[in-house]
Write a new protein. Structure first.
Lengths: 513, 374, 322
C-alpha cells in the first residue's frame, strides 16, 4: 500500500448562514499538498465566505476543517496564522501610510520592541526576494507603490511566519495581464517549493492557466471537482452557472445616426499629478453601443464620472449634441441630466441608489426636482407613488412593492430599479457602468435586452464593463483602454478575446493582430 | 455581518419598545446610584413626578423647559438627517440670545411691540444660523470635522459673550456681566398673563409665547424634512452623499443649508430664555440646554413627535429634578445631569445593546405562534 | 528689560503648571484617537479624576491614594466608553458626551452626599497634596547669573505630577514609534482590517488604548485637585479636556507635536492671566478673552486646512465590523 500524505487542507460539510442567506451549504473539498487548487464560481456564489471561514474570519455553523489530517478549530485569524495559513485578500490589508517593512512586521514583530524583529524581517524579505523573485524596497511607503507591488507585499506578509497554505481571493481583479503573469510565476515557484495554494476567482482562463485542480461552487454548494488537465472552460462555465451559457446576445445590426457625444483630448490628473486619463478621444453615435474594455482601474471609472458630470476634467472638451463643454465651461450631474444624458453608475450601492430610501423614492432620484413630482418646492406623494408603481411593473421588479426600501431588494432587482429610472426618461445618451455586476443570470438577459432595445430606439450608449464577454456581446464597436489611454477601437466583427486581451495589456491594434 | 445574524426587528419594537427599554435601563442605573447615596429611588421618582406635573405651577415650568428642548432637539435632528453632528447648539443658542438682545436693546420702546418682537425673534434665528454657518461651510467645502468645529465654536461663543457682556454691552454702572433690562414692549406674553386675562387664575410660571413658536417649528420641521424637495435632498445627502452627488444634488450647498436651519432652531431657544423670561442677556443662559438637545434628538429618533415627547420628558426631568433639593438631604438637582448622562448613554451610545436580544425573543415568540396555528 | 525677562520667565513657569494637565490629557487623547476611538470624554474623565483624587485625599489624607483611585475611576469611565464604542459599536461622540455630562452630575452629586459643601471637597491640607519639590543646590546656583534664576523658577519647584507628565511624553513617543504596541496602535486606527488579518484583535487593541487614556486622564485630574489646586471645585476641568483634544489635533495626533501644542496653549492661558487688565502699547488693553479663545480658533483654522493639513487616523470614528 502506498502511503499517500493526507490532504494539506480538507473541509467536511461546511455550512454558513447569514440571517436568511445561506452562504455555504454542506461544502466539502480536499486539497493535495504542494498543489494549486482553484475555487471558481460566480460573484456571490459563496467563495469568499468559504475562504473567510478557513481564515477564521467567520465561524461555520456546521462542518469540520482538517489541516494535514488533523481536525482543527479556527476561531480567529490568529489561529489560522499559527496553523500556517496565510491569506491575500481581495481588498488589500495594507496600511498605506506605513512602509513595506512596517506592513510586513505588523502582527509578526518578533517581540515587544520593534528593534528586536527588524533584522529578522529584513533577512526574510531578502530570502523571499532571492528565492521567488519577489523584490520590494522595504523602506518604500505602500501608498506610493503600484498595485502589483502592493499585492507582492501582501503575499510576502502572508508567507512570513512560514505559511504552508496560501489563500488568494480574486488576486487578479486589479492586475494588468503582465502583472497577472508575474503573479502566476511566483505562485508556481511557491508551489514547487512545497506551498499549497488555493486561488479563488471567477475567471475561467486563469483557472485553466495556473491550477492543478478546481472546485466549482454555485449558490453556496459545491457542484463539482475536476482535475484541470481533464476539463475545459466550457464545462467549467456550465457547472458554474448551471446551464449552457448564452454567450451571444440576441440582436440585430446597428444603424448608427448622427454623432451625439464627441470627446476630444480628455485628460484627468491624480492628486500626485500623474494622469488617470490621457488624451482620450472618441465619438458615440445615435443608435449604437460603444463598449469600453479594460482591466479595472485603467481610467474607465473616471471617464464615466467626467461624462456624467460627477467629476471635472482637467483637459479637453466634451461635445454633447452640439453643446461644447470645456474645462472653463464645466458640467454638473444636474446639467448633464437636463441635456437628457442618463447614467447607470458602476456601483449602484455607492451612487445609483439610496438604500434606505423606498423604491418609489429611488425611482425619482435625480429627477426629483422635475415638476411631474411636485410643484415648486413641495413633493407630490401621489405622483411619486404612481410613477414608482408603473416602473416596477414595466421592468418586472420583484417584489412589486414601491414602498419597500431599496436595501430589501436583491442585487438584480436593485439594478433594475436604477435601469428603470434611467431608461424611463428616454435618454438621448446613456452611460452604463458594469451593467450586470452582481446580477443573477435571469436579470442579466433582461438587462441586455433592454439595452439593445434602447439602442434600436436611437439612443447613443456607452458601456463600461470588466466582463469581456459582456462587452463583446453588447457592443457595436469596442474601445480598449490601458493606463488612461485609448489603445484602439475595433468593430465588433473584428474582435476576439485574445486580441482584446492583448490590447488591454497595452499592445496596439496592429501588434495585437 | 453580526447585524445580519439577528433576525430583523419589527417596526413597532424598533420605534417604541427599544427606546422604552433603553430609558428604563438608564433610570434603573440612576436608581442604583440614588440607593447607593442612601436615599430611596422610588421616593425620588415620586417627588420628581409630583414636582414636574402636580405641584402648583409646576406644569408651566415643565413646559417652559420643554420649549427649550424642542428648539435644541430640532436643531440637532435636522442636522442628523443630513448626517451632520451639530454639537454646537449651545453656542448657536448663545449667539441667538445676542441677536435677540441687540434688537430688543436697540428698538425696544422705539417701535411697537408688534414690530420689535418679530424682529427680535428673527434676529435670534439669524444669529444662531450665522454661528452655525462657519462650521457648516468648513464641513461642506473643506471637509473639516463638524463635531470638532462646533465644539470649538461653543467655546469661542462663550469667550465672545464674556467679552461683550463684561465690556461693550454691560449695563453702565454695573459690575455683573449682563446687559441692561429690555423695554417692557419686547417681553413675550406669558401663559400666566394670557390665562389670567380670561379670568382663569393660575400660578406664576415662565411659560410663554415661545412654546407656540416651538410647536410651529415642530410642524415646520416635519414639512421640511418629509414634504419638500429640499428635505428629500437633505435625507439623500444624509444617507448617501456620493449618491446624492450622482443625482445632481449640490451636496455642499445642502450641508450648509441644513446647518443654517439647525443653527436657526438653536438660536430660537433664546426667544424663550431671553425674550420670554430673562428680559436681558446674561452669562451662560443656555446652561447646557444645547447639549440636552442631543439627548432629545437621539431619544426622539429625529422625528417631531418623538422630539416633542422626549422634550416633555426632559422638561419634566429638569423641573422635577429641582424638587430633589427640597425633599432630600443627599441628592440634589445635579442628579438631573446624572440621569441625563445615563439617558444619552443608553439611548444614544448603547442604543442597540438590547436589539439582538429583543429581536431573538420576538422571533421566537412569533415562530412559536406560527407553529401553533399550523 | 531684565524685569521683562523675569516676568517672561515667570510666565514660562506658569505655562508648565497650566500645561501639565493638558499634556497628560493630550497623550491620553492621542492613544485613544490613534486607535480609532474619538475621545471627547477627556473632559469628563479629567473632571472625574480631579474629584476622586481630592475626595480620597480628603478622606485618607494620602495624595498617592488619591491618584490611584482617580486612575481607577477614569479607567472605569474609559471602559464604559469602550463598551459602548468598541463592543456595541455605538456612536463615539454620543458616548463621550454622555460621559462628560455624567461626570458633571456625578462629581457634584457624590460630593454633596459625602461632604455637604455644595459639591466641593474640603480644602486639602499640605500633607494631602502634592507639594512643590525643591531641587538641590538652589542656594549654590543662585549665585550663577541667568542659570540660577532659571533653575530656581523654571526647573525647580514643581510637584511630582508635573515632572511625571514631562517624563511621560518621551515614554509615549517611545511606545508610539518604537514598540510592537505602537505599530499596531498606528495601524488599528488607520486600517483596522490590516490588524485583524494579521491575527491581532482590533477590539483588544482599542480597549488597551482607551484604558491607557483613562490612566493618563486620572493622573491629570489628580494634578488639578491635589497638585495645582487644594481640593475639588465644581466644573474645575473648565474645558481643559477639550483644549487637550485641540492640542491633539493641532499636533497631528503625534506625541511631540501634541506636547508642543500643549505648551503653546498653556502659554496663552498663563500669559492671558498675567496680562489681565494690563495696557499694552499699540494694542490697548490685553485681549485676554481672545487669548483664551485662541486655542479653539487655531483648531478651527487647522481643521479648515489653512495651516498645514490635518490628517486624522483614517478609520477614526468608525466602529470595526468584520
Amino acid at each position: 500500500m502506498i502511503n499517500t500524505p493526507p490532504p494539506a487542507i480538507e473541509l467536511r460539510g461546511i455550512s454558513k448562514r447569514f440571517g436568511t442567506v445561506q452562504a455555504n451549504k454542506n461544502i466539502s473539498l480536499s486539497v493535495k499538498p504542494g498543489t494549486i487548487h482553484g475555487i471558481v464560481g460566480e460573484n456571490g456564489a459563496g467563495k469568499s465566505t468559504l475562504m473567510n471561514i478557513i481564515f477564521g474570519l467567520h465561524q461555520p455553523d456546521e462542518g469540520q476543517i482538517l489541516i494535514d489530517g488533523n481536525q482543527v478549530s479556527i476561531k480567529s485569524s490568529a489561529d489560522a496564522i499559527s496553523l500556517g495559513i496565510g491569506m491575500v485578500h481581495q481588498h488589500f490589508m495594507l496600511v498605506p501610510k506605513f512602509s513595506v517593512l512596517e506592513n510586513v512586521m505588523l502582527g509578526n514583530e518578533g517581540g515587544p520592541l520593534l528593534s528586536q524583529g527588524r533584522d529578522g524581517v529584513l533577512a526574510e524579505l531578502k530570502r523571499l526576494a532571492d528565492t521567488y523573485g519577489m523584490h520590494v524596497d522595504p523602506n518604500a511607503l505602500v501608498e506610493n507603490l503600484p498595485v502589483g507591488t502592493r499585492q507582492r507585499v501582501e503575499i510576502i506578509k502572508a508567507m512570513r511566519g512560514g505559511a504552508q497554505i496560501l489563500i488568494l481571493d480574486e488576486p487578479t481583479g486589479v492586475l494588468t495581464p503582465q502583472e497577472t503573469i508575474g503573479l502566476f510565476d511566483i505562485l508556481r515557484e511557491l508551489r514547487d517549493s512545497g506551498v499549497t495554494i488555493i486561488i479563488i476567482t471567477h475567471k475561467l482562463g486563469e483557472i485553466m492557466d495556473v491550477t492543478d485542480a478546481v472546485t466549482i461552487i454555485r449558490n453556496g454548494t459545491c457542484v463539482g471537482e475536476r482535475v484541470t488537465n481533464e476539463t475545459d472552460t466550457g464545462e467549467l462555465a456550465e457547472l458554474m452557472v448551471g446551464r449552457k451559457v448564452l454567450l451571444r446576445v440576441d440582436r440585430g445590426e446597428a444603424s448608427p445616426g448622427e454623432i451625439r457625444l464627441a470627446v476630444r483630448d480628455l485628460g484627468c490628473f491624480r492628486e500626485d499629478g500623474s494622469k488617470v486619463l490621457d488624451a482620450v478621444s472618441f465619438d458615440v453615435q445615435a443608435g449604437e453601443i460603444l463598449g469600453v474594455a479594460g482591466v479595472a482601474g485603467n481610467g474607465q471609472s473616471e471617464l464615466l464620472e467626467i461624462l456624467s458630470g460627477m467629476r471635472r476634467q482637467d483637459e479637453g472638451t466634451i461635445d454633447l449634441m452640439g453643446e461644447c463643454l470645456s474645462i472653463d465651461h464645466a458640467n454638473s450631474p444636474r446639467t448633464m441630466r437636463e441635456t437628457q444624458l442618463g447614467h447607470i453608475p458602476e456601483d449602484r450601492h455607492h451612487h445609483g441608489l439610496v438604500l434606505d430610501f423606498e423604491a418609489r423614492e429611488n425611482l425619482i432620484f435625480g429627477f426629483h426636482q422635475d415638476a411631474r413630482f411636485g410643484e415648486g418646492q413641495f413633493l407630490a406623494p401621489g405622483a411619486i407613488h404612481a410613477h414608482g408603481r408603473s416602473l416596477i411593473e414595466q421592468f418586472d421588479v420583484r417584489p412589486d412593492n414601491p414602498e419597500l426600501p431599496a436595501s430589501k431588494f436583491s442585487g438584480g432587482n436593485q439594478q433594475k430599479l436604477v435601469i428603470a429610472r434611467e431608461m424611463e426618461e428616454e435618454p438621448r445618451i446613456l452611460l452604463v457602468g458594469q451593467p450586470t455586476r452582481g446580477v443573477d443570470i435571469g436579470a442579466i438577459e433582461f438587462i441586455h435586452k433592454q439595452l439593445i432595445e434602447l439602442r434600436d430606439r436611437g439612443c447613443a450608449i456607452l458601456i463600461v464593463s470588466v466582463e469581456l464577454e459582456e462587452i463583446m456581446g453588447l457592443s457595436d464597436r469596442i474601445m480598449v483602454m490601458n493606463d488612461g489611454r485609448v489603445v484602439g477601437t475595433i468593430a465588433r466583427s473584428e474582435a476576439n478575446e485574445r486580441k482584446l486581451g492583448l490590447m488591454m495589456a497595452g499592445l496596439s491594434q496592429d501588434e495585437a493582430a | 455581518m453580526s447585524k445580519l445574524s439577528a433576525p430583523p426587528l419589527p417596526v413597532w419594537a424598533d420605534v417604541i419598545l427599544l427606546p422604552i427599554l433603553n430609558l428604563l435601563a438608564a433610570l434603573f442605573v440612576c436608581g442604583l446610584i440614588i440607593a447607593a447615596l442612601g436615599e430611596n429611588p422610588f421616593e425620588a421618582l415620586i417627588v420628581m413626578i409630583n414636582g414636574a406635573f402636580f405641584y402648583s405651577g409646576s406644569l408651566g415650568f415643565t413646559l417652559y423647559y420643554t420649549t427649550n428642548f424642542i428648539f435644541t432637539g430640532l436643531a440637532v435632528a435636522i442636522a442628523f438627517h443630513a448626517m451632520l453632528f451639530n454639537i454646537g447648539g449651545e453656542g448657536q443658542a448663545y449667539l441667538g440670545g445676542l441677536g435677540a438682545g441687540l434688537v430688543a436693546l436697540a428698538l425696544g420702546g422705539v417701535v411697537p411691540a408688534l414690530i420689535v418682537i418679530p424682529l427680535a425673534i428673527m434676529a435670534s434665528a439669524l444669529f444662531g444660523a450665522a454661528w452655525a454657518f462657519i462650521p457648516g461651510y468648513l464641513q461642506a467645502k473643506r471637509g473639516s470635522h463638524i463635531v470638532i468645529t462646533t465644539i470649538m465654536f461653543n467655546f469661542i461663543a462663550a469667550s465672545l459673550m464674556v467679552w461683550l457682556l463684561a465690556g461693550p454691552l454691560i449695563q453702565p454702572g454695573q459690575q455683573s456681566p449682563q446687559t441692561p433690562k429690555f423695554d417692557v414692549s419686547t417681553h413675550l406674553p406669558t401663559a400666566t398673563d394670557f390665562l389670567n386675562s380670561f379670568g382663569m387664575s393660575v400660578a406664576n410660571s415662565p411659560l410663554n409665547f415661545s412654546f407656540i413658536i416651538a410647536i410651529a417649528c415642530l410642524i415646520l420641521f416635519w414639512v421640511i424634512v418629509w414634504k419638500t424637495k429640499f428635505g428629500y435632498e437633505l435625507r439623500a445627502v444624509g444617507h448617501n452623499s456620493e449618491a446624492a452627488h450622482y443625482a445632481g444634488i449640490n451636496v455642499p450647498r445642502t450641508i450648509i443649508i441644513a446647518m443654517l436651519i439647525s443653527g436657526a432652531f438653536a438660536g430660537l431657544m433664546a426667544t424663550n430664555e431671553i425674550l420670554g423670561v430673562q428680559h436681558k442677556v446674561i452669562l451662560n443662559f443656555t446652561s447646557g440646554f444645547g447639549f440636552t438637545g442631543i439627548a432629545v434628538a437621539l431619544m426622539g429618533r429625529n422625528h417631531p413627535v418623538g422630539i416633542f415627547l422626549a422634550s416633555l420628558l426632559f422638561g419634566a426631568l429638569f423641573q422635577g429634578g429641582a424638587e430633589l433639593d427640597f425633599e432630600f438631604k443627599s441628592i440634589t438637582r445635579e442628579m438631573i445631569l446624572v440621569i441625563q448622562g445615563m439617558i444619552i448613554l443608553f439611548s444614544g451610545a448603547l442604543a442597540y445593546m438590547f436589539n439582538p436580544y429583543v429581536a431573538r425573543l420576538i422571533y421566537r415568540v412569533t415562530q412559536a405562534k406560527k407553529a401553533k396555528h399550523g | 528689560m531684565a524685569e521683562f525677562l523675569y516676568q517672561l520667565l515667570l510666565t514660562f513657569d506658569a505655562t508648565i503648571r497650566v500645561a501639565t494637565p493638558l499634556i497628560l490629557c493630550a497623550m491620553a487623547g492621542m492613544f485613544s484617537e490613534r486607535s480609532g476611538i474619538i475621545d471627547i470624554s477627556l473632559e469628563g474623565k479629567l473632571l472625574m479624576g480631579a474629584f476622586v483624587a481630592a475626595a480620597v485625599a480628603a478622606i485618607t489624607g494620602s495624595p498617592w491614594l488619591g491618584v490611584i483611585c482617580a486612575v481607577f475611576a477614569c479607567v472605569i469611565f474609559a471602559l464604559i466608553h469602550g463598551f459602548a464604542c468598541i463592543t456595541h459599536r455605538g456612536n463615539q461622540v454620543v458616548s463621550g458626551l454622555a460621559l462628560n455630562i455624567l461626570a458633571s452630575g456625578l462629581t457634584v452629586t457624590i460630593g454633596i452626599a459625602l461632604f455637604r459643601q455644595g459639591g466641593q471637597t474640603p480644602v486639602l491640607g499640605k500633607e494631602a497634596r502634592f507639594r512643590p519639590i525643591e531641587w538641590p543646590l538652589l542656594e549654590t546656583l543662585d549665585t550663577v547669573p541667568v542659570i540660577g534664576v532659571i533653575y530656581r523658577e523654571l526647573i525647580s519647584g514643581h510637584n511630582t505630577l508635573t515632572y511625571l507628565a514631562l517624563i511621560i511624553v518621551p515614554i509615549c513617543a517611545f511606545v508610539y514609534y518604537k514598540t510592537r504596541f505602537g505599530l499596531r496602535l498606528r495601524a488599528v486606527g488607520d486600517v483596522p482590517k490590516a490588524v485583524d488579518s494579521a491575527g491581532v484583535s482590533v477590539s483588544w487593541m482599542r480597549y488597551r488604548a482607551v484604558i491607557i487614556a483613562g490612566v493618563l486622564c486620572g493622573i491629570a485630574g489628580a494634578y488639578l485637585s491635589t497638585g495645582q489646586g487644594a481640593g475639588f471645585v465644581r466644573e474645575m476641568s473648565a474645558g481643559k479636556g477639550y483644549i487637550a483634544l485641540a492640542a491633539v489635533i493641532f499636533g497631528k495626533w503625534k506625541p511631540y507635536t501634541a506636547f508642543a501644542a500643549c505648551l503653546l496653549f498653556g502659554f496663552l492661558d498663563a500669559a492671558s492671566a498675567r496680562l489681565q487688565g494690563v495696557e499694552i502699547p499699540l494694542i490697548g488693553e490685553a485681549p485676554s478673552q481672545l487669548m483664551l479663545a485662541l486655542p479653539y480658533i487655531i483648531v478651527v483654522v487647522v481643521l479648515a486646512g489653512f495651516i498645514g493639513k490635518a490628517s486624522p487616523p483614517t478609520a477614526i470614528g468608525e466602529p470595526y465590523i468584520k
